[in-house]
Write a protein that binds this ligand. Structure first.
Ligand code: PAF
Length: 285
């Protein structure tokens, strides 16, 4: 097996995808910021089941990081990522430099309203505009038939679904289930920041999500269950719980305070030191 082909310009990306198109092949794209783990590779494998060719993008997008966030220190190791991608079935890596994505005078931003307002949107001003703009650019640059995004960033997935529908992008958005360590911790590049003591506390987040989701699915009132969930996480050793909320699975409107009446999503962020652990699960009504 030769090395994974890498392109760094929009023109080269379009050329390669154009060749596949001329052969009537179906193309999938998996956008990433690198620092790949099994979660990303599962997106890639899912993409490979839905298309003849898979292109991954690797771009640490500066516009989705806030001041004081980890843009500078975000782990970057392209050759490791390329080897992992290739082993998972990737056919092409698109790894543009920042100047290729944001040329001189770049002045456009996409703002998705509604679904971006609560949770991550409230905690990270500007984050979703950065995500929406770069994802729109990547989808327009590659025009894949299908693009795969993980449910780990569930709010991001809903933002991307909204923008794809609103901008008439002819791309199917395919969600991929969360991949977890055996003890339940959702995989994330940022888990690497956890100390051993914090790592030991971390799986309690998923356990509480399951427990509280079950209680609500069984008829418990939502508001009281949310409060109990927050208290249980603090008791388990988390330093703070930013949110632990039942929401509509599509528009992310807050649910409760009473019993559940249809499908829902339970989304949470709990902090260990400076590390924010995100997780969420589907709730059957
Ligand atoms: O989820 C991510 O890794 C990023 O937000 C994405 C979708 C690649 C956009 O930069």
């Amino acid at each position: 097996m030769g090395k994974l082909p890498i392109v760094r310009t929009r023109a080269a990306l379009r050329r390669e995808i154009g060749v596949w198109r001329s052969e009537r092949l179906r193309v999938a794209m998996t956008p990433t910021m690198g620092a790949l783990h099994e979660g990303h590779l599962s997106l890639l494998r899912l993409a490979a089941t839905r298309a003849d060719r898979v292109v991954a993008s690797l771009f640490v997008n500066p516009t989705q990081f806030g001041p004081g966030e980890d843009f500078q220190s975000y782990p970057r190791d392209e050759s490791r990522d390329a080897a992992l991608l290739q082993a998972a079935g990737c056919d092409l890596l698109y790894a543009p430099p920042v100047e290729e994505m944001y040329g001189d005078g770049f002045a456009t931003a996409i703002t998705v309203s509604g679904v971006t307002a609560p949770m991550e949107g409230a905690a990270r001003p500007g984050h979703f505009s950065g995500v929406a703009t770069v994802v729109a650019k990547l989808l327009i640059q590659g025009l894949p038939d299908v693009a795969v995004f993980g449910e780990k960033d569930y709010q991001q997935l809903q933002v991307i679904r909204r923008l794809t529908a609103d901008l008439d992008l002819p791309v199917e958005i395919l969600p991929a289930p969360i991949v977890r360590d055996p003890d339940g911790l959702a995989l994330s590049s940022r888990n690497a920041y956890l100390t051993p003591a914090q790592r030991a506390v971390a799986p309690a987040l998923y356990r509480r999500l399951i427990e509280v989701a079950r209680a609500v699915a069984g008829g418990a009132p939502i508001a009281a269950a949310e409060t109990a969930g927050v208290e249980a996480l603090l008791a388990a050793g988390f330093d703070a719980v930013e949110y632990f909320e039942f929401r509509d699975p599509a528009d992310l409107a807050r649910l409760g305070p009473g019993s559940i009446s249809g499908p829902a999503r339970l989304l949470a962020v709990a902090r260990l030191g400076r590390t924010r652990l995100l997780d969420n699960i589907a709730v059957a009504a």
